[in-house]
Design a protein around this ligand. Sequence first.
Ligand code: DAH
Length: 338
Amino acid sequence: MLDEIVKLKQEMLEKLENIRTSKELEQFRLDYLVKKGPLHALFDRMKTVPPAEKPIIGKELNLCKKEVEDKFRLLKEQFDEQEISKATIDLTLPGRRNSKGTYHPIYQTLDKMVEIFVGMGFSVASGPDIEDEYHNFDALNFQPDHPARDMQDTFFIKSDREDILLRTHTSPVQIRVMQSQKPPIRTIMPGRVYRNEAISARSLAEFHQIEGLYIDRNVNFAELKATMMVFAKKMYGSDIKFRFRPSFFPFTEPSAEMDITCYLCGGKGCRVCKHSGWLEVVGCGMVHPNVLRNCGIDPEEYSGYAFGFGIERVTMLRVGIDDIRLLYENNYKFLKQF
Ligand code: DAH
């Protein structure tokens, strides 16, 4: 039996020597180390060994088992380690990117605009989306028969009062700021506004504006122009061209609109700029004395300017799109670009 043990041991060690894969190792286990395998068979046969030979044969058999099992365990550990490193790090695979979320282009524009105006000394204020006619129209010097008050332009809200509406612009926040603060006032007021308008490539029923207000002694139109010019250069680059046109708003006198060169055609004239080469970006003007008076500010002592940007419009110019609806469709492929 001693011979058999030595022979089996040699056979098993040789086999182990030539094992190259974990599959082969598993096959070895099934061939030799299971209960019904040859090693166990030898242990079973110990019962029949004469007592005098038992110590020697037993010792040899145990040594054989230990040597083979040690080798087996070592190989198993090696293969397991290889498996783990294969499973977790494949250096040939391309890296996996974490796709980061981004701000919506409208809010990117808003942040940039706020940053520019805060840099010029403006603070930031806000007011309610649900307003009354007084703040949205009367205090802003709209005449009682002004067409903007019409149901067709304004969303009125059903309530026990008849003068409650969704603000049609951010200008009512001017009124709230002037009623609650003493000049000097230098504030911007971003927010959502609502108009009963048909949705098209150029207009939406819900959009964003940013209002600006500066009230102090001796504020003049040149300062307004300079502020708008600095803004345009910071927003669109120093080589941007702009122009001021006279305009009308009930709450400013004189009033103006600033245009910048069309981003699409560079001023040559195209569909987006209606072949004029210019795009309007902001309405502005010197705050009307009636508005100051309505807010308890003496127009003999103080003057000021105001302006109002459409944030969607500024965004369209910034990212180069000609359909405002793209900003609200939440198409991931579109939004991902910005
Ligand atoms: N509220 C105006 C609008 O919605 C925009 C505007 C124009 C705001 C001139 C102003 C301003 O403060 O001075 O069309």
